[in-house]
Design a protein around this ligand. Structure first.
Ligand SMILES: [Mn+2]
Length: 336
């Protein structure tokens, strides 16, 4: 069994941190850190709290090591239990959501500062707030540009006024853009106090379920959304070409992979399935084209819900796709 520390020694000096020589100095690090955040605090169904362990059982670390990456599993963060209460002022579990996200922020930020590529194992998608706030802060300090790819069935652009449920996993993109409670919009403590992200840094892919008020707000804010109709019409190849256009050596690419992005036929293990998502081949092409960009520098894998899965097949699929994200080609193609 691979050794995995139970607690979270995120700030300890890392013996590998000096070993950062690569053939291509501009390429993102090959040193990966897995960070588990076992909570469903922002979700509408219980069970995503078991996601990190299901991804480990599905062989995530070994799969990444087979790609030639140096992988260290830092174990799980800890945080408050899920009290399973109704919304208060439009938010469910806001104090607990804040605590979890602060811990995710600290852990992801520390790993980025040490030159590692953090992979957040969720947990529900409210944790994208802490993770991407850390990435945004890191990019400001490192003088990097930032592009976020949001792979999801949902836009996650709700506010307390628009949300039908109060579940914060439907709000992280809005909060990252500055629309939400100060405890969440201010996580990154950006210089000047601005939001962590501008709408023009985000590309949403696979979207097919957006609430009515949320839809208006997405248009108002000018988010670039490649929804399923777009993917149906132009294909995944052109979609990804557009979503990845304009990246350069100075761009940090973050992928926030909500497993409900995938069609429920191949990925039943999520709390919020929406029919009509990308097929296995479309998802593979999406991941392979991100890998080809050579810019991937941080990743979230969220909303995997083992309580709703069938014999861990969704976790196995997620691991398979993450492998492609790091360069495993399912095609017989000679590398360029
Ligand atoms: Mn989501």
């Amino acid at each position: 069994m691979p050794h995995r520390p139970a607690a979270a020694p995120f700030a300890l000096p890392d013996p590998h941190r000096m070993n950062t020589t690569t053939a291509h100095p501009a390429a993102p690090t090959r040193s990966v850190r897995l960070i588990g955040a076992p909570t469903d605090i922002g979700a509408g169904a219980r069970g995503a709290s078991m996601g990190p362990e299901a991804l480990r059982v599905a062989g995530l670390q070994q799969a990444l090591e087979s790609r030639g990456l140096q992988v260290c599993d830092l174990g799980n963060l800890t945080g408050p239990a899920n009290p399973w209460l109704p919304p208060v002022n439009g938010y469910r579990h806001l104090p607990e959501v804040v605590q979890w996200n602060q811990r995710v922020f600290d852990a992801v930020f520390a790993q980025l500062q040490q030159g590692h590529l953090p992979i957040l194992l969720g947990g529900d998608h409210s944790l994208g707030l802490g993770s991407i706030s850390a990435v945004a802060r890191h990019c400001v300090e490192a003088g990097k540009k930032l592009r976020v790819l949001w792979l999801d069935a949902h836009a996650d652009f709700n506010t307390s006024a628009l949300t039908p449920s109060g579940n914060v996993h439907g709000m992280p993109v809005a909060c990252l853009c500055g629309f939400g409670p100060q405890e969440l919009t201010g996580l990154a403590r950006m210089p000047g106090g601005g939001p962590a992200l501008r709408a023009d840094q985000i590309r949403q892919i696979g979207i097919r379920s957006v609430d009515a008020g949320e839809k208006r707000f997405v248009h108002e804010q000018g988010l670039e959304v490649f929804d399923m109709r777009f993917i149906d019409e132009v294909g995944m190849r052109q979609t990804m070409q557009q979503a990845l256009a304009g990246l350069d050596d100075e761009t940090h690419l973050h992928v926030s992979f909500d497993v409900d992005f995938l069609d429920p036929d191949i990925a039943p293990g999520v709390g919020t399935t929406v029919p009509g998502g990308p097929t296995y081949r479309e998802a593979q092409l999406c991941m392979e084209m991100i890998a080809d960009s050579g810019r991937l520098a941080s990743l979230d894998v969220v909303e995997l819900n083992p309580a709703l899965d069938v014999r861990n097949q969704t976790a196995l699929l997620a691991v398979d796709l993450v492998e492609s994200l790091f360069g495993k080609s399912t095609l017989m193609r000679v590398p360029a």
